[in-house]
Write a protein that binds this ligand. Structure first.
Ligand SMILES: Cc1cc2nc3c(=O)[nH]c(=O)nc-3n(C[C@H](O)[C@H](O)[C@H](O)COP(=O)(O)OP(=O)(O)OC[C@H]3O[C@@H](n4cnc5c(N)ncnc54)[C@H](O)[C@@H]3O)c2cc1C
Length: 511
């Protein structure tokens, strides 16, 4: 009895902690929700979510002998974060990496260390180790099943050659493989069927199944081996991002799968009492061009600054070395006027940049064709092309005196090879001759780093940080992979790898 009372009190506290959008939660222990009056369906494994993590988990569980059902709140696997992503997948031990003399120098331990160092050692080692050890196998599974052309590329924050990239720069390639594999296995995705309840037996600490869908469509599904929650992160809509992470509320771009609002996590808190962790950390790039309220593409400004451009704030002043790690720049925006910054270059710098990168990739995710870029320059809301600094300042509102002072300082730094402001060492080109090109950017929030806690087998941890039986998580729903900062490729890589591991483990077939 006392065990049950203390458990109920805890569930109440846990639900309250996540209660901002969970109306009148029915606690697992107090609402007798451990089983419905009737199960409508019975399978071995229920997978929630049809992104890369969910579909990979479904394939693996099926191949390990399980009867699998997939339920998704959205409309299509082509409306997921994986489908939107830039196709960067970091992995250790793939066939591609092993075949490369540079890649071969990597180890899973070095991969794990790089992830943790980039994230300021705020990661949780269980998901990181799971990822680092199994990522090559997960990548090879996709490659062996017809993944479109890809290559290895060096990537900032990774000390070894391990960033596998689709030649197309598109995550859609992964989704295409997985959709084909689900079809071949006869696994249907049930769309518009988000999770509405986890059935949890507190006596045995076991998730028994789920309720999915609402109204007439609602259905209770028993999962004899387990439930895998692969419902993505919380950056799918501005409302969701702002409610989960008030510190960024109202600012920048929010982008992701449209159903990625964290509802499933809240329901897990309510029904199973699992704690959430790392919810304050989101991967925020300092490069969102805000169009239509909170949408917009991403400007790869480092191609411009590597070719002589600088970053300035609304006062016309630099505020950081442009060589800083990309996501490490973002927190500095909070201290700049209006929380934004601008990349500035002259005609020669613009031409140098475009000799190295296509316009569609400079402004991408989603890519803008040349006509769109030109029309945005003509509109002069976020992109400006002006013959004089006076005109640039007038149209953009960036302080003219500040700009002039900054350009003098920068050009002196180029001349003397001494950047007395921020110690940059690669300056070769003065910024001297218009037309001037400038682009305004705000945070671009595309993935979240918080969620449920797991052990290395991806079993979800309960209120006492012990694994809940028959409950697994994969993908962006898992807390603590990236720590305080996400490093490129680790989210797409983790989503597929964790799906690979969870799908096998739920059936008792170790990865
Ligand atoms: C524009 C963009 C670019 C990116 N580029 C990269 C990159 O190049 N490299 C990288 O590593 N990472 C990148 N990321 C991040 C990476 O894509 C994501 O972290 C990853 O796709 C998450 O995969 P997932 O399977 O966990 O979630 P998702 O692909 O988001 O799938 C989650 C699924 O769960 C469903 N769902 C949501 N709520 C519920 C519910 N309550 N019940 C049932 N189903 C639900 C959704 O409808 C969706 O189908 C990018 C993200 C974006 C948005």
């Amino acid at each position: 009895m006392s065990k049950n009372i203390s458990r109920r009190s805890f569930l109440g506290a846990a639900a309250a902690a996540g209660a901002s959008a969970v109306a009148a939660p029915a606690f697992a222990a107090s609402s007798n929700s451990s089983a419905p009056a009737k199960w409508d369906d019975e399978v071995d494994v229920v997978v929630l979510g049809c992104g890369g993590a969910g579909m990979m988990a479904a394939c693996q569980a099926h191949d390990a002998g399980g009867k699998v059902a997939v339920y998704d709140a959205g409309k299509s696997p082509f409306h997921t974060a994986i489908n939107l992503c830039g196709g960067l997948f970091t992995a250790w031990g793939s066939k591609l990496q092993n075949a490369d003399p540079e890649g071969k120098k990597d180890s899973w331990q070095q991969f794990a260390e790089d992830i943790m160092a980039y994230g300021n050692y705020m990661s949780l080692k269980e998901p990181v180790y799971c990822f680092a050890k199994n990522s090559g196998k997960a990548f090879d599974f996709l490659a062996d099943n017809g993944l479109a052309k890809h290559h290895l590329e060096p990537y900032a924050g990774h000390s070894r050659l391990r960033a596998h990239r689709q030649d197309s720069f598109k995550g859609r390639d992964y989704i295409e493989v997985l959709v084909k594999l689900l079809d071949q296995r006869g696994i249907k995705i049930n769309h518009g069927m988000g999770v509405t309840r986890f059935y949890f037996d507190p006596e045995t600490n076991t998730v028994l199944g789920v309720q999915v869908g609402e109204g007439d469509k609602a259905k209770n599904v028993k999962a004899n081996k387990g439930v895998i929650m692969a419902t993505g992160g919380i950056t799918g809509t501005p409302e969701s991002l702002d409610s989960w992470v008030p510190s960024v509320a109202g600012k920048g771009v929010a982008i992701g799968g449209p159903k990625n609002d964290g509802t499933a996590m809240r329901i897990a808190v309510r029904d199973v009492g699992v704690p959430l962790s790392h919810m304050q950390y989101i991967a925020s790039y300092p490069c969102g061009i805000v169009i239509n309220g909170r949408n917009g593409p991403y400007c790869r400004w480092w191609f411009i600054t590597n070719n002589g451009g600088i970053l300035v704030n609304k006062n016309g002043q630099r505020f950081i070395t442009e060589k800083e790690g990309i996501c490490h720049v973002t927190p500095h925006l909070a201290f700049q006027p209006e929380g934004c910054h601008y990349v500035l270059t002259d005609q020669a710098g613009w031409d140098r940049t475009l000799s190295k990168i296509k316009l569609g990739a400079l402004i991408g995710l989603p890519s803008w064709p040349a006509e769109r870029v030109n029309s945005e320059f003509a509109k002069g809301e976020n992109l400006w092309k002006c013959d004089t600094l006076e005109e640039l300042s007038k149209k953009s509102g960036v302080n003219l005196e500040g700009l002039k002072k900054q350009l003098d300082q920068w050009n002196k730094a180029v001349e003397t090879k001494n950047d007395t402001q921020f110690g940059r060492t690669d300056q070769q080109w003065k910024l001297s001759q218009g037309p001037w090109y400038m682009i305004k950017m705000e945070p671009w929030n595309n993935l979240s780093c918080g969620g449920v806690r797991v052990n290395e087998d991806l079993q979800v941890l309960g209120w006492d940080l012990k694994p809940v039986n028959h409950f697994y998580a994969a993908g962006e729903t898992v807390a603590g992979v990236h720590g305080a900062f996400y490093c490129g490729g680790n989210a797409c890589g983790f989503a597929h790898t964790s799906g690979y591991v969870a799908g096998r483990n739920v059936m008792g077939k170790k990865a």
